[in-house]
Write a protein that binds this ligand. Structure first.
Ligand SMILES: Nc1ncnc2c1ncn2[C@@H]1O[C@H](COP(=O)(O)OP(=O)(O)O)[C@@H](O)[C@H]1O
Ligand SMILES: [Mg+2]
Length: 310
């Protein structure tokens, strides 16, 4: 089966920069999956996303949409943007029309849809993202969280096959964050693809079907959260363990409530997962019981395809 979108050895250097932002990035996206992209600041997540819908054009390498090479003429770019929507890291880069309703209608109308169909999609997406009461508001008069929801609603109104969400969760309150995650979950449940760049390692562990780890402009590995988060080699790229491992709340509150003497004799030991020997990349390329989807191709990215056909 052909991936919806495939990035092959994509390289890119921003004008004026000495160092490349992408140094041969590979990623294949298949339908029905929620993929978290992790990596330190500057590892290339946003640059990778901007390539996925043709805002940036690679200096080298190739993008494929449904197996066909993306050419950067108008028709090819329109096709790419019809299928791949992006919610920018900074919503101010996304919202440019005077009012929310105008902003949300822009994408669907630009796809050539009728006014009636564009309005239907805008209403539906606005209800999903709970921004109906904001539709007539000027875009500049919104809070950060409202802007993020409007930006997402605008992309949903385009009904893309792939939606890329670049680190917007931090601007949302916990209720809205859960709601947006649930919208994205439903989106993937309808056979579409969600790619979420995040620093929230706990979220990546629990919400994502697959985790991609980026460093230095490359995608180091793509695999299930279980595999990624039990690999010492990958964890070294992800950040301090405290960021994703926290003692279960019940144990913590029990410890706080326990009598002093009891606590002195029975310290609550954090249940740190047993480290896995060796680098992660090996299990990714060799079919194993833990990773039966690997095709053993030697290319860690090639495995994503089989995994997403389940
Ligand atoms: N607009 C830009 N102009 C010049 N360099 C940029 C620009 N955006 C990103 N970069 C550089 O590209 C590299 C990758 O950045 P980015 O893709 O934003 O990483 P991430 O999203 O993982 O933080 C960094 O070295 C960054 O400084
Ligand atoms: Mg970024």
């Amino acid at each position: 089966m052909t991936p919806i979108l495939q990035l092959e050895e994509v390289r890119y250097t921003y004008p004026g920069n000495a160092e490349p932002a992408l140094r041969g990035a590979n990623l294949s996206l298949w339908g029905g999956k929620k993929i978290a992209v992790l990596g330190r600041n500057g590892s290339g997540k946003s640059t990778l996303f901007l390539h996925c819908n043709g805002i940036l054009r690679p200096d080298g390498g190739q993008l494929y949409l449904a197996g066909k090479p993306v050419k950067y003429d108008r028709g090819s770019l329109l096709g790419l943007r019809r299928h791949v929507g992006i919610v920018f890291q900074n919503p101010d880069d996304q919202l440019f029309s005077a009012s929310v309703v105008q902003d949300m209608s822009f994408g669907p109308l630009n796809l050539g849809l009728s006014q009636v169909e564009a309005s239907r999609r805008v209403e539906e997406a606005a209800e999903q993202c709970e921004i109906v009461d904001l539709l007539d508001r000027p875009t500049h008069a919104l809070s950060g969280g409202q802007k993020a929801r409007v930006a997402l609603a605008g992309v949903l109104a385009m009904e893309p096959s792939v939606i890329l969400v670049d680190e917007v969760m931090a601007s949302l309150d916990p209720w809205m964050r859960d709601q947006i995650l649930s919208i994205l979950h439903d989106f993937a449940a309808r056979g579409r693809t969600v790619v979420l760049a995040t620093h929230d390692l706990a979220l990546a562990r629990t919400w994502a079907d697959l985790v991609a780890v980026m460093e230095g402009g490359r995608v180091l590995a793509v695999d299930t959260p279980d595999v990624i988060f039990s690999s010492e080699a990958m964890l070294a790229h992800l950040g301090p363990r405290s960021a994703w491992f926290y003692p279960p709340l019940r144990s913590a509150s029990e410890a706080a409530l326990a009598p002093q003497g009891d606590r002195a004799t029975k310290p609550v030991a954090p249940a740190v997962p047993a480290p896995v020997d060796g680098p992660l990349c090996e299990p990714l390329t060799v079919p194993t019981e833990r990773n039966p989807h690997s095709n053993g191709s030697g290319n860690v990215h090639a495995d994503l395809g089989k995994m997403t056909q389940r």
